[in-house]
Design a protein around this ligand. Structure first.
Ligand code: HEM
Ligand code: HEM
Ligand SMILES: [Fe+2]
Length: 462
């Protein structure tokens, strides 16, 4: 750790671990409800569990991005964070707002708009909280003499994400208008500005972990940013096929969203080639595994499985079925969950001075969670495709079909157990790292090996 103020990242990462664990509990509640074991229904009906599951996901990913920024920005800007105490306050406020929202869902206090269920008064608190965050890192970047491409892309990605939260708050009682702007948040986040955040964090991690020259790595960042904007903005049209918007969206959405996988493909090639180019001497091999794994799995989940249902001719049948859940799981996992786990895997040894990445459990967490998530995606895929065929092609009644595909949720539960084992290992390791800069246990050695200390031979030149 170069700067004391980077310590605040630990608080955000710990929050991620807690909320991720809670998210999985709600996943199981839904999985069991789907096979008829819905004993908690009176207290946690499916809609409340679903809203809680997805909002916890978004919340821990945002906490992860904030933690990543509080770690990366001081390092890239070569100065302490502007207001570290404000960052801690902002973390507490974020958690309090989130917990209030989750309790609200259980008391039927919610907006009923998928992913934007948080009640309106709490939206304003989120906005204030995010403004404090943006102000803190913005001021740090502004005051810095050194402004790296990575830090600028990260900052503008986060700023744009904050601004794009606002269209979701436009008051309207028109269903189409509401849906239209809901996608400005949901789609333009995950298939637009969050990709910038992802590009920047991957760039930072690759610079640190491979030892390849910053110039080469950052050049790729521009290519990815370019592709993202070229395809992602008009790609929003793939959500405007059937919501009451004009017909031209069928063409616009189909063409531009079909180009979107290119940005993810670019990121996968970029991560693989940088990892190959660079030396393999950085001791934190597991962090590199998460980094390259993130680029690869995001291509599979977002690029490949997104493309699978993005053309209007296909989406007409798959829209709103479990095919969407199949894609949603692998895309969120590959692109953003793995990204946050990658930065945590990288930063924790430097925060605490302990090299847990050498333990077998660190590799176990990576492989088990990824195999588990792949199996979960397959279970959703089989359920989704069966649903499409029976309901939309054979014309069977909705609930009859839901009963018919119940068996696949047993498959989901089994796969989710494997996945949870992997995540359990990651969370357990996080707990074992202990507090930032905690004293070492006997027999352990400090592990801080900054890339600058790598042998020159491992640093590839242009
Ligand atoms: C224990 C593991 C998990 C289980 C059992 C689980 C189960 C479920 C279930 C049953 C649904 C509702 C599907 C439906 O509409 O019937 C759901 C929704 C969702 N879950 Fe999970 N989940 C788990 C972990 C995760 C993880 C790790 C992520 C993200 C990285 C995730 C992201 C989502 C998303 C985005 C949705 C909404 C999908 C949509 O919009 O259709 N889940 N999950
Ligand atoms: C990391 C990036 C991505 C994430 C996290 C993601 C996640 C999701 C989620 C959660 C949904 C359900 C949203 C809702 O119904 O409210 C969704 C829908 C959809 N996604 Fe993605 N996605 C990503 C990238 C892509 C890409 C690149 C494509 C196309 C190539 C794509 C195509 C679609 C389509 C067509 C739908 C609508 C499904 C329907 O009609 O029900 N996604 N995505
Ligand atoms: Fe989209």
């Amino acid at each position: 750790m170069k700067f004391q103020s980077q310590k605040v990242a630990w608080g955000f990462f710990a929050t991620c671990m807690l909320l991720l664990s809670l998210q999985l509990i709600y996943g199981f509640i839904m999985g069991f409800a789907r096979v008829g074991m819905d004993g908690l229904h009176q207290y946690i009906p499916f809609n409340a569990a679903r809203a809680t599951h997805t909002n916890l996901l978004v919340m821990w990913l945002l906490a992860g991005f904030m933690g990543a920024a509080y770690w990366i920005i001081p390092d890239e800007c070569d100065r302490e964070l502007a207001w570290p105490k404000l960052a801690w306050l902002q973390l507490v406020a974020l958690v309090v707002t989130g917990v209030t929202a989750i309790i609200g869902f259980h008391l039927n206090w919610w907006e009923g708009r998928k992913f934007l269920e948080i009640p309106r008064p709490l939206d304003f608190l989120v906005v204030i909280d995010v403004l404090l965050f943006i102000g803190n890192i913005g001021w740090t970047v502004w005051k810095a003499e050194k402004k790296s491409t990575t830090s600028m892309v990260l900052f503008f990605g986060l700023l744009a994400a904050a601004l794009l939260y606002l269209p979701g708050m436009l008051p309207t009682d028109n269903q189409t208008v509401d849906s239209f702007f809901r996608w400005w948040v949901v789609h333009l986040w995950v298939e637009g500005v969050w990709e910038l955040i992802m590009g920047a964090i991957l760039s930072y991690l690759l610079i640190k972990l491979t030892g390849v020259d910053r110039e080469i790595i950052e050049k790729w960042l521009y290519v990815i940013v370019g592709f993202t904007f070229l395809s992602g903005v008009l790609g929003t049209g793939h959500h405007y096929y059937f919501i009451g918007t004009p017909k031209y969206w069928l063409m616009v959405g189909g063409i531009f969203s079909a180009l979107e996988p290119l940005a993810f493909l670019g990121m996968a090639i970029y991560a693989f080639s940088m990892a190959k180019k660079g030396g393999r001497t950085h001791p934190n091999r597991v962090a590199l595994l998460w980094t390259v794994g993130c680029a690869f799995m995001s291509f599979v989940g977002a690029g490949f499985l997104g493309f699978a249902h993005t053309l209007p001719q296909v989406n007409m049948y798959t829209h709103g079925t479990l095919v969407t859940a199949m894609h949603g799981h692998m895309a969120f996992w590959g692109a953003y969950a793995m990204l946050v786990l990658a930065i945590i895997a990288y930063a924790m040894p430097l925060l605490t001075g302990r090299k847990i990445y050498e333990k077998a459990s660190a590799g176990f967490a990576f492989w088990t969670s990824n195999i588990g998530m792949t199996a979960m995606t397959l279970a959703f895929a089989v359920a989704g495709v069966s649903q499409v065929v029976l309901e939309r092609r054979a014309g069977m009644e909705f609930l009859t079909v839901q009963k018919e595909i119940e068996v696949h949720f047993w498959g989901l539960i089994l796969a989710a157990c494997l996945f949870t084992l992997g995540i359990g290992a990651f969370v357990w390791d996080f707990i074992r790292y202990g507090m930032p800069n905690a004293p070492l246990k006997s027999g352990e050695a400090r592990s801080v090996t900054p890339p600058e200390a790598l042998p020159a031979a491992t640093v590839a030149r242009a």
